[in-house]
Ligand binder design. Structure first.
Ligand code: SAH
Length: 357
């Protein structure tokens, strides 16, 4: 039994059930026993493998996209290159290697990693040894100035709340205690009004589940403040559909297998799908230009991943099969290529970002 599970059971016994967002927040961010404080484990040996961990091609193409975006925003020197939730630092490492193609860009870069996990900060420092890197706890804390912001599987860490459509209206799904164990339940009283339910789901049938990320609006506002202050651009990749859909996407991953999210809080990664339609709507409501969402596969192909894969296969014939497998994993519609989307939020008035045509 995890230490955090005991604490959560005691907390709920005292204060009543937690929203799923509150539960996620404790399980991920508890300073002593939370997942980020103790054991975020990426990569082949860890709990999950991400796109940059799958192949160097991903980070390299993101790096080229950043170099082109730097030209698009007027080639400022210095320019912030900010990565949100950089994991083991692999994407930044590959992106910086690709930046070598453009000297003036590389010389202008001021790199900041926004990371919540102390053990991961250490891994990032190791992976990026030899580069000048700064760290910040939040996007707000990064120094001002024109910024290129990149993030893979960062938005899916945002805590979500869930609401279930019942005969009597929308009721929140919460985490309580039953027979001494953590268990899901529904709040007895339905919501007095359905303002919090996404417009696309308001008339969903009985049994439908609506998910919302309560911190998303303020995050997009923070981003928008930076993008309005100086010509800047942000690129996000994540799990999720291009449209707002109903359904339960709250999941725990432990050693590449999905686990019961309530089973071992603090020991598994907890995520939910990103509502890309909502990211777009919020971005536009803040006056930003939004490109996408489009599928990750389409974006990578537009950036030339097939040409890059062919070059790598030619350079390393013994790895050709592996490179072909990696390419499929990143781009195939039934794999990351279709399950993940890319979206770009820009200061208004910039040239269209590459990859989204
Ligand atoms: N981008 C990496 C890692 C994805 S996992 C990759 O693709 O391989 C999610 C990352 O976001 C981890 O580094 C995690 O510690 C970080 N993270 C999650 N929530 C965060 C927050 N609120 N602030 C900063 N970093 C966060």
């Amino acid at each position: 039994m995890s230490a955090l599970k005991d604490e959560l059971i005691a907390l709920i016994a005292q204060n009543g059930p937690l929203t799923i967002a509150q539960f996620m927040n404790v399980a991920l961010n508890d300073p002593r026993h939370g997942y980020y404080a103790t054991r975020p484990a990426l990569g082949a040996e860890g709990d999950f493998i991400t796109a940059p961990e799958t192949s160097q091609m991903f980070g390299e193409l993101v790096g080229l996209w950043c170099a082109q975006s730097w030209l698009d925003i007027g080639a400022p020197n210095p320019v912030n290159l900010i990565e949100l939730g950089p994991g083991r630092g692999v994407m930044m490492k590959d992106a910086l290697r690709a930046a070598k193609a453009l000297d003036a860009y590389r010389d202008a870069l001021a790199v900041t990693l926004v990371e919540a996990s102390a053990p991961l900060i250490q891994e990032q420092a190791r992976a990026l040894a030899g580069h000048q890197i700064a760290w910040a706890p939040t996007l707000e804390a990064v120094r001002e100035g024109p910024s290129l912001i990149i993030a893979n599987e960062f938005l899916d860490c945002m805590p979500i709340r869930q609401f279930v459509r019942t005969q009597k209206g929308w009721r929140e799904k919460v985490v309580g205690v039953r027979d001494g164990a953590l268990a899901f339940g529904l709040v007895t009283d339905p919501l007095p009004h359905d303002e919090i339910i996404p417009a696309a789901l308001k008339s969903a049938p009985e049994g439908a589940i609506a998910e919302i990320a309560p911190a998303l609006p303020s995050f997009i506002q923070t981003l928008a403040a930076r993008l309005h202050a100086q010509p800047s651009r942000a690129l996000f990749f994540d799990y999720g559909a291009a449209e707002t859909t109903s359904g339960d996407s709250f999941q725990a991953l432990r050693r590449h297998a999905s686990a019961d999210p309530l089973d071992a809080p603090g020991e598994a990664d907890l995520t939910a799908h990103v509502d890309f339609a909502e990211v777009k709507r919020l971005g536009e409501a803040c006056g930003l230009s939004v490109a996408g969402p489009i599928s990750q596969g389409a974006w990578l192909k537009a950036l030339g991943i097939e040409t890059r894969a062919a070059a790598l296969r030619k350079a390393q014939p013994d790895k050709a099969e592996m490179i072909t497998r990696q390419l499929a994993r990143l781009t195939a519609p039934d794999q990351m290529g279709g399950l993940f989307q890319a979206i770009c939020l820009s200061s208004p008035g910039l040239p269209a970002p590459i990859g989204f045509a």
